[in-house]
Design a protein around this ligand. Structure first.
Ligand code: UGY
Ligand code: MN
Length: 249
């Protein structure tokens, strides 16, 4: 990767969106994890927006001594393995595997070597008469990647069931080179996004950003958004969105 001149960064934090580039990472001990360092990519502490993030997305860098503690009370967690292997409450997870832990689930994450995880956390909002979801463990390859709005070159896989019990979605979107999102989206849901492969250009509000593997993006509710994949290989991102809850809550 080309070195940036001293005093420059590709990171930008704005009112309704942010690009967090690896050139500015500061690793620190992770609250709720033991012997684990990480980078908090998105959290309510960003607070620059009219309405800041209501979830967190972070990288957890594990060694053989690392383990996680139960998430804060009422908080659900989705763990996606970027590199390496871990066990989550006895289930073995390899690269591109994931585990969804509902609030209160005390499955601990352990690793026997180095591993890199992308973690999403959100306070769970219950729905009257609908029990909270149970723990789920799976692998990206088990989820079917469906053409997005009929486009075979843009494929969307949902990791979690699309059911009212879930108040968050985590999806994996893969675009062949040259493929765009079909229109500029503007919607009430917010997103936390991690580029897992390839590169492209993201439009956020009135700005266009070249983005590449390893970059993270936060998009506030109603942030106009659009993407086109560029380069020689498919671009892929993993993203969070809030779903299935009242627009007034
Ligand atoms: O689910 C979504 O809103 C998705 N199409 N947004 C995005 O990729 N920026
Ligand atoms: Mn969207």
């Amino acid at each position: 990767m080309t070195q940036l001149p001293l005093g420059r960064t590709r990171t930008q934090v704005n009112r309704n969106h942010a690009i967090i580039a690896p050139d500015g990472y500061v690793v620190s001990p992770l609250h709720g994890w033991t012997e684990t360092e990480g980078v908090m990519l998105i959290s309510p502490a960003m607070g620059v927006a009219v309405r800041g993030p209501r979830f967190a997305m972070y990288l957890a860098n594990l060694t053989s001594d690392s383990c996680s503690r139960t998430a804060d009370p009422g908080v659900q967690r989705l763990i996606y393995v970027l590199d390496g292997a871990v066990s989550v409450g006895g289930d073995d997870l390899s690269s591109e595997s994931f585990a969804y832990l509902p609030p209160g689930d005390d499955s601990s994450v352990n690793s026997s070597g180095s591993a890199r995880l992308l973690v999403f956390e959100k306070p769970y909002v219950s729905l009257d008469g609908t029990p909270a979801p149970e723990k789920i463990v799976g692998h990206l390859s088990e989820r079917s990647a469906e053409p997005f709005m009929g486009d075979e070159n843009a494929r969307l896989a949902t990791l979690l069931p699309v059911e009212p019990a879930f108040d968050m979605a985590v999806n994996v979107f893969t675009f062949d080179p040259g493929t765009p999102l079909p229109f500029v989206e503007t919607h009430i849901m917010e997103h936390g996004l991690y580029m897992s492969q390839g590169q492209g250009v993201y439009r956020l509000g009135e700005n266009w950003y070249p983005v590449t593997k390893g970059d993270s993006i936060w998009m506030a509710a109603y942030c106009p958004q659009w993407f086109v994949a560029m380069g020689r290989e498919p671009a892929q991102y993993i993203y969070y969105k809030d779903v299935h809850r009242s627009h007034l809550s």
